[in-house]
Design a protein around this ligand. Structure first.
Ligand code: SF4
Length: 403
């Protein structure tokens, strides 16, 4: 294959996406665990074939940016030597599985999320009939430990609980509880149930939450041969702060999820065992102490949990993204400095697609027709309070504090 098969969303390695700064390729790293040698090799590939920039995605995938089409065949060969190239585009597309990042080290964990996530990935790849699932359809495996995955987008969620695994669907309660050994088979049946039931609904849902919204969780469970066992709503809360020094690891965050090849090498140099990629724009280094934080800070990582940048989400925007109506990240840095806050209060989206966040925030700025619209307590497609503002007008609005 010498020419990339380009698609417009959810890129893989075999099927990249074109953006304003070249091709984007997403590496799906099983369990989000990278050994230092692989991390260095990815950094080399990012420099050799791309613009040396990488993004850590909301499902823990690592995206190479600015990749040139003329080096695509060589890049595929190099990724294959790392064991990160799937047999075909369908196989990589279906490996949308996020696992708790410290499952082997967290004393509060109720089970081995890495092991179950690996089994689930292998089963999804082997089940050819599931290649028809929508590109964004995803799964999570939560160990019930310190770092919960409730806030991570997933259509089907597995969560280890005492004596079993709870399964929930995006879109609502209830859950069902089964034995760990039955979990993979149950997820495959739920995925098949989605494919069978979605065409019966008009308009046809593309995600589990939409299907559940039409027919309810119970109907999807029934089609998969499962029975509800618990009526409580699944926990969707954000995890505790991941940045700083902890007893068994250190954690750093990436401003807006962006990482340079040089920073990836720094992580590889400092790693004591492996590097854990998380879906929270943060990276964890097991076995590394607080002594490493000054060097990580110098390298441009966020090392303080109260850094204002942690409270702002912003997509790449212009010029990196061809769909962007506005520049996003320098505006985000300027606005972040104006307010101290816990939790993401500001979301800046270059257009309505909302790549950086799928939930409502106190303030959302969205690029539209070259200007900036301001949405309060909503997302980019909600009705705006102000429309067509310039970045300068936005800054004065923020400084005045009156929206
Ligand atoms: S939300 Fe941002 S990154 Fe996504 S398509 Fe729009 S401008 Fe591009």
């Amino acid at each position: 294959m010498n020419q990339p098969l380009i698609r417009g969303w959810c890129p893989g390695v075999r099927r990249p996406m074109r953006s304003g700064d070249g091709l984007i390729l997403r590496l799906r790293i099983t369990g989000g665990r990278l050994v230092p040698e692989t991390a260095r090799a990815i950094a080399d590939i990012a420099l050799r074939h791309g613009n040396g920039e990488l993004d850590l995605g909301r499902r823990g995938g690592l995206q190479l940016r600015g990749v040139r089409e003329d080096g695509f065949a060589a890049l595929l060969a190099e990724v294959a030597t790392l064991g990160l190239l799937d047999a075909d585009a369908g196989a990589e597309a279906i490996r949308n599985v996020v696992a708790s990042p410290l499952s082997d080290l967290d004393e509060a964990a109720e089970g081995d999320a890495f092991g179950l996530a690996g089994q689930l990935e292998a089963a999804l790849v082997a089940e050819g009939s599931l290649r028809d699932l929508p590109a964004k359809f995803g799964f999570s495996v939560d160990d019930s430990g310190r770092i919960g995955l409730g806030a991570v987008p997933a259509d089907v969620r597995l969560k280890f609980v005492r004596g079993g695994v709870a399964i929930s669907l995006d879109g609502g309660a209830p859950t069902t509880r089964i034995q760990p050994g039955e979990a993979v088979g149950a997820v495959l049946r739920l995925a098949r149930a989605f494919l069978d039931l979605a065409p019966t609904v008009d308009p046809q849902p593309r995600r589990m939450a939409a299907l559940v919204g039409h027919i309810g969780v119970e109907a999807v469970f029934a089609a998969a041969g499962l029975e509800p066992t618990d009526g409580a709503s699944p926990d969707r809360s954000e995890p505790p702060p991941l940045v700083g020094a902890f007893p068994a690891h250190v954690g750093v965050a990436l401003p807006f999820g962006r990482l340079s090849a040089g920073q990836l090498r720094t992580l590889a140099d400092l790693a004591a065992s492996d590097i854990r990629l998380t879906p929270f724009r943060a990276v964890l280094l097991p076995g590394v102490s607080a002594d490493a934080l000054p060097r990580l800070s110098e390298a441009g990582f966020i090392t303080r949990f109260d850094d204002p940048l942690l409270a702002v989400a912003a997509c790449p925007g212009a010029p990196a993204c061809g769909s962007a109506e506005i520049e996003t990240r320098s505006l985000a840095r300027r606005l972040a400095a104006l307010k101290a806050a816990r939790g993401v209060w500001l979301h800046i989206s270059g257009c309505e697609k909302s790549c950086a966040s799928s939930v409502a925030h106190a303030v959302t700025l969205v690029g539209r027709d070259g200007g900036v619209d301001v949405v309060l307590d909503g997302g980019p497609t909600d009705p705006p309070r102000h429309t067509g503002l310039s970045p300068e007008a936005i800054e004065s609005l923020f400084r005045s504090g009156t929206f």
